[in-house]
Design a protein around this ligand. Sequence first.
Ligand code: ADP
Ligand code: MG
Length: 338
Amino acid sequence: MLDIEEPHELIDYLRATNRIARDESPQIKVLGGGVSNRTVLVTRASGEAWVVKQALEKLRVKVDWFSDPRRIEREALAIEHLSRICQEGSITPLIFRDDANHLLAMAAVPEPHENWKTLLLRGDVRDEHVEQFAKLLACIHRSVIGRRVHLDPAFSDTSFFESLRLEPYYLYTAEQVPEAAEFIQALVELTRSRHITLVHGDYSPKNILIHNNKLVLLDHEVMHYGDPAFDVGFSMTHLLSKAHHLEPHREKFTHAAELFWQTYQSSLPKFPVVSPESIAIQHTLACLLARVAGRSPLEYLDGAERKRQQEAVVKLMHNPPATMKGLIDDFTEAVSCQ
Ligand SMILES: Nc1ncnc2c1ncn2[C@@H]1O[C@H](COP(=O)(O)OP(=O)(O)O)[C@@H](O)[C@H]1O
Ligand SMILES: [Mg+2]
């Protein structure tokens, strides 16, 4: 099997498949960071740059964790769909795909760019970024509702969402935190029954690069047809967990969480009919807990913070706030005063 992280193998492959000329020698740079994929930057003499992404079967984590590498095919489909519906520049165009080698190539986001998570952890929280983050999500969610957009039937398959999200985030957490089990299991059942629209499934600041102050969204392998409230809870969790962790910047992050929710909602006219606020609140609570007690805890939260977040969330699960604003206030208060 081809290993794209071996520069000579990758160059031979690109030449043999006529992606580049036989005598062309592009620059190759292995991009670190991913645990479930290999990503390699290929810069051609013309200046054109691609990122080649190859799905791994065995993820690079401490415990044995396997995932079907055919999820890269889902990502290729998602790039094609999102490129049609999202604002130009917010999705990296697909250059080619090779299902047999479990890889695809997309346009590289031009330099200079920064990962949004890195910016946020520095306390650099800007309204314009938060608004774009909310609008881009709303655009994905409304893209197929009430429209005659062709959606590949592959998006109806939720097996990647099951194995990469519901099991490691929700069901595993329910086992670890028995007080939360009923809440989470009910939410899992509800989620499995709701086939509302296209869901990204990995909508996180880590998967956003910022170039010229514009957000570019990456990493679509969990995209499926399901419950959009999952994406809301997943992304809210990143803003609220940073509000918890970064005490000096707490107000900026609570403001960002409110702005995200308001902008998202106002970009989805009539959407509350299909996606009630109460379900987004449930997903926010479940994800806040999953990111401290699930298989993939947020690395920046220390033991004391994880414990505090777990206690705050379990309490809120017993009597969930009626509004997202209420949840933001209650969560922040609970983690501040302990
Ligand atoms: N098109 C791209 N342009 C520039 N950098 C990219 C691109 N695609 C991926 N990367 C870099 O590689 C990292 C991992 O890619 P990602 O698609 O998020 O894979 P993973 O599923 O492993 O998280 C990103 O965080 C980013 O830094
Ligand atoms: Mg990623």
